[in-house]
Every structure is written in structure tokens, then in C-alpha cells.
Design a protein around this ligand. Structure first.
Ligand SMILES: CCCCCCCC/C=C\CCCCCCCCCC(=O)SCCNC(=O)CCNC(=O)[C@H](O)C(C)(C)COP(=O)(O)OP(=O)(O)OC[C@H]1O[C@@H](n2cnc3c(N)ncnc32)[C@H](O)[C@@H]1OP(=O)(O)O
Ligand SMILES: Cc1cc2nc3c(=O)[nH]c(=O)nc-3n(C[C@H](O)[C@H](O)[C@H](O)COP(=O)(O)OP(=O)(O)OC[C@H]3O[C@@H](n4cnc5c(N)ncnc54)[C@H](O)[C@@H]3O)c2cc1C
Length: 673
């Protein structure tokens, strides 16, 4: 890819010359301030400029095994530097988190098919930080931070990923020896999927059914050593390996794991929530779902990941659309930039708006998570269900939108979008993986729907509701009358709220009707499609509501020119949303054909305004060329040069004649059949 930033494609330069707001100001907002942007750039450059990484090597051409080995090698280069930088910065925990946060995106450029240590630095470390007592923290945290041990989070099994209550791995406590014995009693009880498990880590948090005093006490987390610290050989009783080729995440080293009478000391059960006394007496936690805490943290983090994948994909699609010319709109005119085709704007502009609104949601949810966790630390767990429902709902809605948007971006790049060098395939694969991991999205929506139905019942009985679902009162208050539509941002919000509440009511009624002939569980299953639709609509309500609140605040704090861009973005998000959900809206809102036509016209006007700002916004996402890693999306826009240069690097092009010509093709051609 061209690295010469001074020779920018003239069509792209012309676009940038027309930007009428301060791009840097937008970047500062996106990353949380000028200081954070400086830090990000510094950290990014600190790692990416390291020649030892050998980033010139296009790992996509390597074999499965070579890819893994190169990913491990590169990661170690990075982690060694991480500790050096951490020391230079002052060595505090905050410094470490700062580097890790920035590394998340830099790592994507270094190991595009996934990081073979990601679970160590996320779920493993977070579980030990959040689910251990003080002695356990003192024992394990230094070893984790110093990487003396490497770990993963082993929960999912061959037979169960969603319904974790039915995990089959057992941990049986013997008070005489003060040990647990871990076993995988069936094939389906084998751990299956944990990232980094196959050949990388030597420890794991293992979720297993605790048996003590002859009773099962449900799933509990245990720290288990899997491999010898010197030889890395699996310890006796451990059957471990890699699960093989996947749709993506090729270098994450997802693994399988079986136990046969593996002994684990008493102190290795994580004891912050549930407790087991040495004599084997089990003490229940205040809330059994506290052991699911790490999943909640990661779901919250996944919203910003989704925003960034969309931001990256739309950056590629938009820059390409501003330099690609094809198909005259007026027959006698020169071919326009493909962005002039309004359908192309319709493919890309709403995606850019989603990246911005998802970022607002990620900020909101991170703050909410922090405050609910702080309440939890003082023993107040009242808001845990709200956080669980919201994080499940938004994890599902944002990653579903993410995968859809990235795919539309790929399609918007035509044939070239299908090239690996376009840079959209790994983004897409990561997006679709996110739809499944950390809770399959349908299941996540059903969890959110449970909360909605409970809240609906509460509202019907005149109880109190949490802020985010208070709109259910409005629906009940209308007593069957439809919401009257008005074409303002708040009017759109009320319409989506009415659709979400209306669908919740349909699901609720479905359950109530079916309950007459069935158990509540069967009735709930039969209402499943309505429940997922209600939860999805609720997710959009949250996004729009938070988007409105956050963007109003932003507009008060930025320059008028950037404020107008944010206003434009919010309207784009809102109008695109209501037009996409018009079927649901019509069912519960008094909206006329003229209103819908007005919205469609409004969308065209919004596109017109956004046409000049769009490049400034995607430049403002501030993905450097090594991070964007795309022939179509580089800053200079020299797409065709990039494409031919990348093609020339194909291993097949390193010789004029491939040996298969002499081996097979020529004899075949000469054989006269
Ligand atoms: C060291 C520095 C740190 C730096 C930090 C960096 C951070 C890095 C961030 C990101 C990096 C990303 C890298 C991530 C890679 C991850 C790879 C993927 C990992 C995985 O996939 S791990 C496995 C994930 N598995 C799942 O998600 C399983 C999904 N299933 C479930 O969650 C549950 O089974 C279930 C929720 C669906 C059902 O549970 P169950 O016990 O059966 O519950 P029910 O009996 O049905 O009852 C439901 C009831 O419980 C309430 N509830 C459930 N969960 C919670 C909760 N967590 N909190 C509160 N309440 C909960 C629920 O509301 C219901 O209540 P009700 O009965 O309705 O009142
Ligand atoms: C890339 C990747 C990385 C992963 N990393 C890890 C890891 O590090 N550690 C770890 O422990 N796990 C990991 N996992 C496992 C992951 O968390 C599970 O695959 C996920 O939670 C889904 O569970 P499942 O595979 O059992 O799907 P299933 O639950 O079997 O889903 C199959 C279908 O059944 C449906 N279904 C299931 N239950 C219900 C229900 N109650 N109601 C309605 N429909 C239902 C689903 O909607 C889906 O359509 C990873 C998975 C992937 C893909």
C-alpha cells in the first residue's frame, strides 16, 4: 500500500477541501479528549513502528499453523514492549489499562485474525480481579500481570454454551484432602471454544458443577493449571487441543479440554461470591448470577468494539466511493464519483451515523456499569437485573447491526470489496463472531425480553419502572389508542417507543392467552418471536434515547459547525431507524402515508447535507493506514495503485510460470484427450 501521504488522490483532496468543520475536534470527541488522542497516537506508533513485528508479511497467505505461530511471535514482541512502556509511563494500574485499551485496536492490525492471548488479558484477568477474595488476589494477580502464568476462561462445553446451568464438568470436594477432583464425565462435557486454550495458555478459569457433602451447588469458577510450567506438556488427566479451522478468529487458538480425575487445591475455587468452608459446607452468594459477572463486563465492552468495526468499514467504503467513478447519471456527463448515486449514500451514510450513536451508547453503558458495580461492592445488588438486561439487549442489537453494516459496506465496494486487501473480510468475520460469542444474540434478546415483560406487568399493576422502560407507562396510559406521529426527533423516539411497547404488549398477551392451556415456560417459548422483536425495538429505543441525550450535550460543548454535523448525524440515525422499522411503527402509531413520504424526503435532505461532512467524519475516526489496512480505504485514496501493488505480492506472482503448468496443465493440453 502507498505510504506517501503527500500525494493524495485529487478527488479525495477536493472532498477534504470542502469540509466545513474541524475534523480534529470530532476526533477529540470520539476518543474522549485531545490528551487521549495524543496518547492513542503515541501508543499506536510505539507498537506499529517496531520492525520486529514484520508487518510487511501478509499473514493471510500463510497456512493455519504458520498463522498461529506468527501471531504468537508478534504478540510476544508487543507484550514485551507493553511492559517496557508501562514502566516508562510510571507503572500504575491506570497506565496499564490505558495501554491495553489502545492496544485493542492496534492488535487488530498486528494480528488481523485474532490475538492468541486476548483471553488472558480480558476474561481471565477480569475474573480473577472480580471474583476472588483478598488472599486469592494476592496470590494470583501478580503472576497474571507479570505473565508468569497465562490463562483463559473455559466455560462453554461441546454440549452446552447457552444454558450454562447444565454444564457437565464436575468439581467434587473432599474435605479430607482439601481438594477438588475435576472430571469430564461425558464427551459433551468437554470444554469447547475457549480462546487461547488449545496450545497457548497453561491455566484456565474452569466453570464446573460443584459437588460437596453429596449435593450439587451449581456452577462455580475454579483456577486450574493445565500445562507444566517448564515443558508446557498437558498435566496428567488433561486432554487438550485446538478445535480446528473456523469461519474467522483463525489465530485465537480456540481449544477443547477434558479432565480425568484432575486434583485442584481448595484455595483455587474463586470465593468472592459463593463460599465453600473447608469442611465442605456451601454458603450461597447473595445473588447466584454474580458468577456471571465477567460476561456482563465483556458485553458492555462489545458495544464500543461494534462501533469501531462500523467506523472502520464505513471509512473504507466512503473513501473508496469518493475516488471510484462509474456510470454517468446524465448520459453526456463524465462518470461521477459513485457516492453521487443516492443508493450509495443510502448504503454508507446511515452506517456512519450508527458508529457515532453506538459510541454514545458505549460511553453511557460504561458509566452505568461502573456505578452499578460500585453499588454492588457495597452489597446493593438491586440494579443488577437492569444492567444484565440492557447489556444483553445492546450486545445483540449492536453486533447484529455491526455485521449487517459491515456487509453492506463490502457490497458498496463492488468487486474490489471482495478482495482480502480491501480489508473488510476480517472486520466482517469479527462482527459475525461477536453475534455468537459472549451469549448468542437471540438468547440475549430473550433475556432482555424477560425484563421487558416483568416491567410491563409492573406498569400494569401501577408499580415503579426503571428510567429506560418508563415509556411502557405511556403505552398503558393510551389505553389502546395509537400514538400520534409528529415529525421531530422526539416524535420519532415516541414512535419507536410506541412500537417497542406495542410489541411487548403483543408478546405479553400471547403469553397470557397461551398460559390458559400451557405452562408459563411453554407459553413464553411460543411467544418467542414477538419477544425478540420487542427486545430488539427496545434496544433501538435505548440507542435513540441515549443518542439524543448525549448528542444534545455534545452540541452544547462543541463549535457550532461541528454541532450541526452532530445534529445531522442524529437525524440520519433516527430517520433511517424509523424507515427501517416502519412495519412495526404502523401497527402502533397513527402515521400517514404523507408522513412516511415526508420522512423519505427528509432522508434525502439529510444525505445532501451530510455529503460534504461525511469524509470529515470518517477521517475524524482517525484510523491510521496500518490500522485501516485497506487498499480501498487508505488515507491517500490511491486505490488503483494500492490494488495492483497488493496483487503483485500474491505468492503466485513470485514466478512467471507455476510448476503446475509442467506437471499437469501442459501434459493435459498435449494429450489430445
Ligand atoms: C487486565 C486489564 C483488563 C483490561 C480490560 C480489557 C477488556 C477487554 C474487553 C474486550 C475484549 C474482548 C475480547 C473478548 C473475547 C471474548 C471471547 C468470547 C468469550 C465467551 O464467549 S465466554 C462464554 C460466554 N457465554 C455466554 O455468554 C453464555 C450465555 N448464557 C447465559 O449468559 C446464561 O445462561 C443465561 C443468562 C442465558 C441464562 O442463565 P440461567 O442461569 O439459566 O438463568 P435463568 O435461570 O434462565 O434465569 C434468568 C434470570 O437470571 C437473571 N440473570 C441472568 N444473568 C444475569 C446476570 N449476569 N446478572 C443479573 N441477572 C442475571 C435474568 O435477569 C433472569 O432474571 P428473572 O428470572 O427474569 O428475574
Ligand atoms: C469465536 C468464538 C469465541 C468463543 N470464545 C469462548 C471462550 O473464550 N470461552 C468460552 O467459554 N466460550 C467461548 N465461545 C462460546 C460461545 O460463548 C457460545 O458458542 C455461545 O454462548 C453460544 O452458545 P452455543 O454455542 O451453545 O449455541 P446454542 O445455544 O447451541 O445455539 C444454537 C441455536 O439455538 C438457539 N437457542 C439456544 N438456546 C435457546 C433459547 N433458550 N431460546 C431460544 N433459542 C435458543 C440459539 O438462538 C441458536 O440459534 C466462543 C464462541 C465463538 C464463536
Amino acid at each position: 500500500m502507498s505510504k506517501n501521504l503527500s500525494i493524495v488522490n485529487k478527488d479525495l483532496k477536493e472532498e477534504r477541501d470542502k469540509i466545513n468543520f474541524n475534523v480534529e475536534e470530532f476526533t477529540n470527541w470520539f476518543y474522549g479528549g485531545a490528551e487521549k488522542v495524543k496518547e492513542k497516537k503515541y501508543i499506536e506508533n510505539y507498537f506499529l513502528s517496531d520492525k520486529d513485528l514484520n508487518l510487511e508479511l501478509d499473514t493471510s497467505y500463510l497456512s493455519y499453523k504458520d498463522k498461529y505461530e506468527e501471531a504468537v511471535r508478534r504478540s510476544i514482541v508487543v507484550y514485551k514492549k507493553l511492559y517496557k512502556l508501562h514502566n516508562e509511563m510510571g507503572g500504575t494500574h491506570e497506565d496499564f489499562v490505558k495501554i491495553m485499551e489502545n492496544l485493542r485496536f492496534t492488535m487488530g492490525a498486528i494480528n488481523p485474525e485474532g490475538n492468541p492471548f486476548v483471553l488472558h488479558f480480558s476474561m481471565f484477568a477480569l475474573t480473577i480481579m472480580n471474583m476472588t477474595n483478598d488472599e486469592q488476589k494476592a496470590e494470583w494477580l501478580p503472576r497474571i500481570f507479570n505473565c508468569n502464568i497465562l490463562g483463559t476462561y473455559a466455560q462453554t462445553e461441546l454440549g452446552h454454551g447457552t444454558y450454562i446451568q447444565r454444564l457437565e464438568t464436575t468439581a467434587t470436594y473432599d474435605p479430607k484432602t482439601k481438594e477438588f477432583t475435576l472430571n469430564s464425565p461425558t464427551l459433551t462435557s468437554y470444554k469447547w471454544w475457549p480462546g487461547n486454550l488449545g496450545h497457548t495458555v497453561d491455566h484456565a478459569i474452569v466453570m464446573a458443577q460443584l459437588y460437596s457433602q453429596g449435593k450439587c451447588h451449581g456452577i462455580q469458577p475454579f483456577i486450574v493449571q493445565l500445562r507444566d510450567s517448564e515443558t508446557h506438556k498437558p498435566l496428567p488427566g488433561i486432554d487438550i487441543g485446538d478445535i480446528g479451522n473456523k469461519v474467522g478468529f483463525q489465530t485465537v487458538n480456540n481449544g477443547f479440554l477434558g479432565f480425568k480425575n484432575v486434583k485442584v487445591p481448595y484455595k483455587n475455587m474463586l470465593m468472592k461470591n459463593s463460599k465453600l468452608l473447608e469442611d465442605g459446607t456451601f454458603i450461597k452468594p447473595k445473588n447466584a448470577k454474580l458468577n456471571y459477572g465477567t460476561m456482563v463486563i465483556i458485553r458492555v465492552h462489545m458495544i464500543i468494539d461494534a462501533a469501531c468495526r462500523i467506523a472502520k468499514a464505513t471509512t473504507i467504503a466512503l473513501r473508496y466511493s469518493l475516488v471510484r467513478r462509474q456510470s454517468p447519471i446524465n448520459p453526456n456527463e463524465i462518470e461521477p464519483k459513485i457516492i453521487e448515486h443516492i443508493t450509495q449514500q443510502n448504503k454508507i451514510f446511515p452506517g456512519i451515523a450508527k458508529a457515532v450513536v453506538f459510541k454514545c451508547m458505549a460511553d453511557y453503558l460504561t458509566k452505568l456499569h461502573l456505578s452499578i458495580t460500585q453499588e454492588g461492592n457495597t452489597g446493593n445488588l438491586a440494579r443488577m437485573p437492569e444492567l444484565h438486561a440492557l447489556s444483553c439487549c445492546l450486545k445483540a442489537v449492536c453486533t447484529n447491526e455491526d455485521a449487517k453494516t459491515v456487509e453492506v459496506c463490502r457490497l458498496s465496494c463492488g468487486g474490489h470489496g471482495f478482495l482480502r486487501s480491501a480489508g473488510l473480510d476480517d472486520v466482517y468475520r469479527n462482527s459475525t463472531a461477536a453475534q455468537t460469542y459472549e451469549g448468542e444474540n437471540t438468547v440475549m434478546l430473550l433475556q432482555a425480553a424477560r425484563f421487558l415483560i416483568k416491567s410491563f406487568n409492573e406498569a400494569r399493576n401501577g408499580g415503579s419502572l426503571t428510567e429506560g422502560v418508563k415509556y411502557l407507562f405511556d403505552f398503558i396510559g393510551r389505553n389502546g389508542k395509537r400514538e400520534i406521529f409528529d415529525n421531530s426527533i422526539n416524535g420519532i423516539l415516541r414512535a419507536i417507543q410506541a412500537a417497542a411497547a406495542g410489541r411487548t404488549y403483543i408478546a405479553w398477551k400471547h403469553i397470557e392467552d397461551d398460559k390458559r392451556h400451557n405452562s408459563i415456560e411453554v407459553a413464553t417459548n411460543l411467544a418467542g418471536v414477538h419477544l425478540t422483536k420487542a427486545a430488539e425495538l427496545h434496544g433501538y429505543v435505548c440507542l435513540l434515547q441515549v443518542g439524543i441525550e448525549e448528542i444534545e450535550k455534545i452540541i452544547r460543548n462543541v463549535s457550532p459547525a461541528l454541532g450541526l454535523v452532530f445534529k445531522n448525524i442524529l437525524e440520519l440515525f433516527a430517520v433511517d431507524l424509523i424507515l427501517n422499522k416502519i412495519g412495526d411503527v404502523i401497527q402502533h402509531v397513527d402515521i400517514s402515508n404523507e408522513d412516511i413520504e415526508k420522512l423519505e424526503k427528509q432522508m434525502e435532505t439529510l444525505f445532501k447535507f451530510f455529503r460534504t461532512s461525511a469524509i470529515g467524519v470518517v477521517d475524524g475516526f482517525d484510523f491510521s493506514d496500518p490500522i485501516i489496512d485497506s487498499t480501498l480505504g487508505s488515507y491517500d485514496g490511491n486505490v488503483y495503485e494500492n490494488l495492483i501493488n497488493a496483487a503483485r505480492k500474491s505468492p503466485l506472482n513470485q514466478e512467471d510460470v507455476n510448476r503446475t503448468f509442467h506437471l499437469y496443465i501442459k501434459p493435459f493440453m498435449k494429450s489430445n484427450l
